[in-house]
Design a protein around this ligand. Structure first.
Ligand SMILES: [Zn+2]
Length: 302
């Protein structure tokens, strides 16, 4: 990971310092008002992670922007105490990377994986005006990654009874372009798994201001009910307990090998695969509904 240039590096350090300051301020505020309350998933913090990814530009597989984003993800995860490994591979001559962060402890149980793709689509082929331009990917890409990083920051490791793997997949979203398949990174990950997983939860396009999370029809029904009912108990209206779409997404390879998997996705996103998939379409509240649901779910496994 030394390809990073000095300017980028120093700006990362400054951003990291600013974030630490914010975190300290948040802590200070919490300890003034509610001393016993644990740190919870914060939508504003997650939204900052979206904005930081967008600053790299489109994260097209194999590009320098993708590489810089991967370095940034590793730095974020390691700065909050998550050991991270990078899975290098190539597809049709393009070097790709999955990023894998694992919590420690509870290793007698099977891990739970939470995943998101960090790549963005090379062409905005649903854009009516500029279909040759790349997708910026604020919701389709950055939102899922932001949820994973913010989850990593707030998860209470003492309350987690099994290993949690947070996995950032490359090359989900280049399907039907230049002969590429969809879900390349997650397929490679699954084909090289050496350990059985308890469950896989994918978050994709979870930042839309008007968030509507219908049930994706291929998802494991038991897992769906656990998560959607928990969201209901928490009062999060974005989770709608009605099936709607069937998707090929990063949950598909896990289902193929028999791991219960769910795709948490809002497919009613008007800016999907257009150049208008930008940060202003993403809301902190939406990210928070998804993040807090997963935080509770992971911290309250029996
Ligand atoms: Zn997409």
């Amino acid at each position: 990971m030394e390809l990073i240039n000095t300017n980028l590096h120093s700006s990362l350090i400054i951003r990291k310092a600013m974030r630490s300051l914010c975190v300290i301020l948040v802590f200070a505020q919490l300890s003034c008002s509610t001393p016993s309350q644990e740190v919870q998933f914060d939508g504003q913090s997650a939204l900052m992670f979206v904005v930081e990814q967008m600053a790299f530009g489109p994260r097209i597989p194999g590009s320098e922007e993708s590489w810089k984003t991967a370095v940034w993800v590793v730095e974020q995860m390691e700065s909050i105490g998550w050991e991270t490994e990078v899975q290098h591979f190539s597809y049709r001559g393009t070097p790709l990377m999955n990023i894998i962060a694992k919590s420690e402890g509870g290793s007698e149980r099977k891990p739970i994986l939470v995943g998101a793709h960090y790549d963005t689509r090379p062409y905005a082929d649903r854009d009516p005006i500029n279909p040759e331009a790349p997708v910026p990917g604020a919701n389709d890409g950055a939102s899922g990654v932001a949820v994973l990083i913010e989850l990593a920051r707030v998860l209470d490791k003492d309350r987690i009874r099994q290993p949690v793997w947070l996995v950032f997949f490359d090359a989900e979203d280049s399907g039907n372009i230049d002969g590429w398949d969809w879900i390349v990174g997650s397929s490679f990950f699954v084909d090289n798994l050496t350990q059985d997983l308890e469950a896989a939860v994918i978050v994709d396009m979870v930042g839309d201001r008007d968030l509507q999370l219908f049930i994706e029809k291929n998802s494991d029904p038991g897992l769906v009910q656990e998560i959607w009912q928990l969201a209901d108990q928490l009062g999060y209206a974005a989770f709608i307990n009605t099936p709607k779409y069937s998707m090929i997404d990063d949950h598909s390879p896990f289902l193929r090998i028999g791991v219960p998997a769910v795709d948490i996705i809002d497919f009613d996103y008007p800016y999907w695969h257009t150049i208008s998939d930008t940060s202003d379409k993403v809301s902190a509240d939406s990210l928070e509904q998804v993040g807090r649901t997963l935080e509770h779910w992971l911290e309250n496994q029996r």
